[in-house]
Design a protein around this ligand. Sequence first.
Ligand code: UTP
Length: 297
Amino acid sequence: MKIKKAVIPVAGLGTRFLPATKAQPKEMLPVVGKPAVQYIVEEAVQAGIESIIFVTGKNKKSIEDHFDKSTELERMLEEKGKIAQLKEVQSISSMANIYYIRQKEPLGLGHAVLCAKQFIGDDPFAVLLGDDIMISKPPAIKQMMNVYERTGVPIVGVQQVPLADVSKYGIINPSNKKDDVYHIHDLIEKPDLEQAPSNLAILGRYILNPSIFPILETIERGAGNEIQLTDGLRHVCKKDGLMAIELQGNRYDIGDQLGYTKAIAEIGLQRPELRSKLLTYFDQLLKNEYQKKELIK
Ligand code: UTP
């Protein structure tokens, strides 16, 4: 069955990125000319998603404004003959059918997904986290949709992470790998290194079906006193089975200051008009750093 709907949760508080996120959503932080969340919507649209629901919260109005039509701005750009910018601005508001629902309190990612229950109805759906940029061809969520359409089994996107980082992620216990696709035996949220069954970490991409909703409605609150999506996925795994695909492409967690800085550097390098100037700049920067080290010695 084709996936046509996506949920993008953006209601988190972004505490890892304070004070930048005190009055603005982390999902709207610019990453080389466009806000982070636009990359995520573009990924969904390129994969064939037609309808998107944002699960929003307080201080997130600028996300709605960004994807809305901006009549005054469009008129001004037209009057000034800035046609390229006009077309770009218009394309943002016509990318997909976009809907919004408020998560009244940030009670966790599982709770945020549950907020989309009425919108989803009986259809399988994609979940793309609003602070996880994936740069890949084909789009990461499309890689997952291809597997789901073949198997009908819910699937999570994973990538290998350094062993030192396993305690930051949900980690899968995989079995039966075939063509980058695993069956999941079990999963564990933020394990200690000794307990981690692998270094395959769940990233911010999921294909689920509505059977997750009754589970999310009834599970106990987990880590951080929040309704955790990973806890819900453990039930899905035991009940109906769950798969994982090792995603091809580069992933940036822009909710983390290092991840955000890397995203700007690497995505900047992919832009033809910035690439050579940036390379010259990085080259000089590194030479300066080496010189400083030599002086310290
Ligand atoms: P994170 O855990 O990375 O977001 O959730 P956070 O809670 O904003 O982060 P920190 O730890 O305080 O810095 C991943 C995604 O899920 C959304 C977030 O907005 C983010 O896009 N989310 C998280 C919700 O929509 N609701 C929640 O209750 C929690």
